[in-house]
Design a protein around this ligand. Sequence first.
Ligand code: NAP
Length: 300
Amino acid sequence: MWDIIIIGAGPAGMTAAIYARRAAKSVLVLEALSYGGQIINTPDIENYPVAAHISGFDFATKVYEQAKALGAEFKFEKAVAIEDGGEEKTVRTAKNAYTGKAVIIATGSENRKLGVENEDKLVGRGISYCATCDGAFYRGKTVAVVGGGNTALEDALYLADLAEKVYLIHRRDEFRAEAATVERVKLRDNVELVLNSVVKSLIADKKLTAVEVVNKQGETRTIEVNGLFVAVGRIPENQNFAQVIALDSAGYALSGENCHTDTPGVFVAGDNRVKEVRQLVTATADGAVAATEAIKYLNQ
Ligand code: NAP
């Protein structure tokens, strides 16, 4: 029986492990893939206090080593279900079942992909899912953003301040984003709207050089770009836990800033919960909050 089982070894989960171990709670971290979560794909982190530059891999490795040194145990197994037995909760993986007194779900969310050929291969070589993380690499260059929601429009505004030219590619001629944001985008001289269009293919040698888009009339256009920012929504990784925690219509765990869920003893931390700002620093903050709340729950 573990005091706290943490599902997910991203920045939120590993920070929760550090806080829980420092309170002398026994901690098991279950991770489906490898430690680090999304941040491991970021070539250069420039917006986390302490280091002006650190790669996502180095950052994640340092946090992982810190949690391990404090005595957190990691098992690389995907959690597929939680059974709430009140004071005893069971987390099932494909092969094993682990019991804990409290559970923190820190599974994050994954970027919805465009689904075009070579998209995965070009991540970090022209394709990005995070303008605030990677936008600075495209200072003075030409980029495109795909999507029509708040993220895409805000990304376009953010990139318009850095890049020489921004194409905003959207599959309809109306945006889902707030009208005020849309108006601000339309006022930018260096943003060109490419509407009723979808990205058909990516053109690259070692790095992305252009995107081919096709519009509703079936006309194809090749747009030369150095970077493509994909902002077509995110998919929170809560599907396996819907029987234990309440989710909103988009699949995010319903939780406030205290990281509680509607099930006592089950907490949520990081990108898979309802929140405004999804950044590395807010994920680690959630890890600290969720662990602190779990510790309070255990000490009750
Ligand atoms: P979103 O609102 O779900 O928008 C996703 C956009 O991507 C939509 O315009 C959608 O087109 C498009 N799309 C989806 N799949 C696509 C595909 N396969 N190919 C091309 N286009 C595709 O996602 P989001 O912008 O990431 O925002 C998520 C939530 O966070 C929203 O509730 C949003 O309001 C909120 N948010 C708020 C703020 C803020 O308040 N400042 C900032 C960012 C995000 P259609 O429109 O045609 O469906």
